[in-house]
Write a protein that binds this ligand. Sequence first.
Ligand code: PGA
Length: 260
Amino acid sequence: MANRQPLIGGNWKMNLSPADARGPCSALLDGLDAGLLAKCGVSLFPPFPYLSQISDLTAGSGVSIGGQDVSAHENGAYTGQTSASMLLEVGCTSTLVGHSERRHGLGESDSVLNAKVLVAMKAGLDVMLCVGETLDERESGQSEAIVLQQLQEGLQGVSINDLGRLTIAYEPVWAIGTGRNATPGDAQSMHQSIRADLGKQYDDGSANGVRILYGGSVKPDNAEAIFAQPDVDGGLIGGASLQSEDFLDIVRAAVATVDS
Ligand code: PGA
């Protein structure tokens, strides 16, 4: 995995009540000892209304928190949106951009997602840009072309100096929440293409520093085989992040690939 430290993100999506969130979050923090956190980054992406609460709970723990989305605008008359500066204000250090439930579910275009990437980075947030093909695109042999187009359009205008703020999450849409995950070999092959493309857009040294996470039905029993691939630097976890023991096991799987 070169010198990249793995990262495990927990995307809670629109799940858990505030009361239900505290328990798993505290159990997670209890289970994450300094030894694990020295080897693996851990970020949580709670629903917006809980960010302050989870920020207080995680303060000083080494676990970072981020937004599930961010506005493409800095401020103004944008009802229902949340700005990068608001995310920073409540303790976020990062944000997801382009999760498929927004890209495909809400029709967010590459140009809107690119604007979000630029605004978030300018404000000082790290960005996890999600890319991934649908089942139709995979079955018609277009996966790589689609993913690389999302990557290139999403990163328009991002300078090489800002690559340190970037993580890519490859999440095949057909694998999200379906129990059907990419094989470790399929994940590796797409991650390698993404890294090669970053090398072309920037340079190989910078591309080697960017973490590329896999997401889509990662569970304790498949995590280690996926994370052991040389270009897979951890995972973005949905369903299994709602159970602290499963999420901890997934963090341990990422650490095991560092230790091996
Ligand atoms: P899943 O979700 O782990 O439930 O498949 C992953 C994601 O949407 O980030």
